[in-house]
Write a protein that binds this ligand. Sequence first.
Ligand SMILES: *Cc1c(COP(=O)(O)O)cnc(C)c1O
Length: 495
Amino acid sequence: MVFPKPASESDLFLHSNFASRYARDSLPRFCMPQDSMPKESAYQNIHDELQLDAIPKLNLASFVTTSMEEECNKLIMESINKNYVDMDEYPITTDLHNRCVNMIARMFHAEIGENENAIGAGTVGSSEAIMLAGLAFKKKWQNKRKAEGKPYDKPNLVTGSNVQVCWEKFARYFEVELREVEVREGYYVMDPAKAVEMVDDNTICVAAILGSTYNGEFEDVKLLNDLLLEKNKQTGWDTPIHVDAASGGFIAPFLYPELEWDFRLPLVKSINVSGHKYGLVYAGIGWVIWRTKDDLPEDLVFHINYLGADQPTFTLNFSKGSSQIIAQYYQLIRLGQEGYRSIMENCRENAMVLKEDLEKSGRFNILSKDDGVPVVAFSLKDRSEYDEFKISEMLRRHGWIVPAYPMPPAAQHINVLRVVIRAEFSRTLAERLVFDIHSVLDELDKIHPPKVTKITAEENEATVDSGFKNTLTALDLRREIISQESNKRQKITVA
Ligand SMILES: *Cc1c(COP(=O)(O)O)cnc(C)c1O
């Protein structure tokens, strides 16, 4: 190890990082530096550079939680040095994990006895949860095909083309053909009837999404279940369903308790949910829950000895932090059903405020549903002068991250702007966002006046003739009017 030698007296780190050479040298990029640097300078320089990242709370592109209570932050820091995989050494952490699995499984109506442990696992997020659920289906299907003496080398999985990218990952990494039901204009989720048509005897499962990533819409799991039951009866197959409830798993139980989408439906064998989305924990936690022990093939489970008892594990990764699991337990017991319900209701109401204000402007089509995950997805009615990408880019200048993206194949000519309403997105922020969307529209209208109000050659002549020559062109005048109109619009929306 080479220790740092100050180059000169003035370079000594005496009082301030900004008086030292660390404020004028660039930070290493490619090679680990020979010498150490003072911890204050390392902190200051990294901290300052990170200021250029977006502000997480204003990142409306993401479902992922950006704010937790101080008490929970404290628990997180207290357990940041615990490796979750050391179950023998940290038995309490393991126990908290199992309590979370039990609570979430019951929230999804798993059929388990009062004191019985549910079957499930904490993961890094829904993606890992989906890999595990997909593997379980693939294994089960293969085992069955082997037992029947049938080929088992061409498994497929049926979803809508609106699936989140992690399903494509699963398909590619674990060699399963992905059969996608195409969405269409005006209907942006999987059509259950078409999905069931695509099922054959090589189908390991149909994956339904509770909360489509594109517009938050719930897919009709009940209808899928009924149609698939019928098909299974006719064919003698037993094609199961997985529900990707990454975003909706903590919404539906509180906002739509009567909606049957979970283990109340007999073909639903596993469900994933992101703890770090509406589970209200920072990034790094997801859950996969199986209906019963029989739905998780034994050959995927590793058994470790934990306090003399058997602790089954089935995750892809070995080491990982414990904090997120502990934070999830904190949220479940701190908020309880009452707290989760109130938060989800607030999210829904704030989504409505935003949606109604956008509708009132007359400029947008709303592509999200009132029932579903609280997101507002909207597209421009008139895209002739500027598009959704331009609006997204301009909102960024106000600090907001509102992504624009095309809808899935077959509806990809439609672009949407999507705002995810999270717990930390309050009414004040919703109103401020609407205000800023209107400012952006006004700015854009000034640069590109909407076609309908464009000046015709005749109009231009007329105005010029009536004495505006050389002072104000007709176009300027029209812009002035548009600008006044949009000011009026702004005032209505923020009142
Ligand atoms: C977010 C999301 C995922 C991926 O979940 P992570 O927790 O980010 O890994 C999968 N499916 C859907 C529907 C999602 O919304």
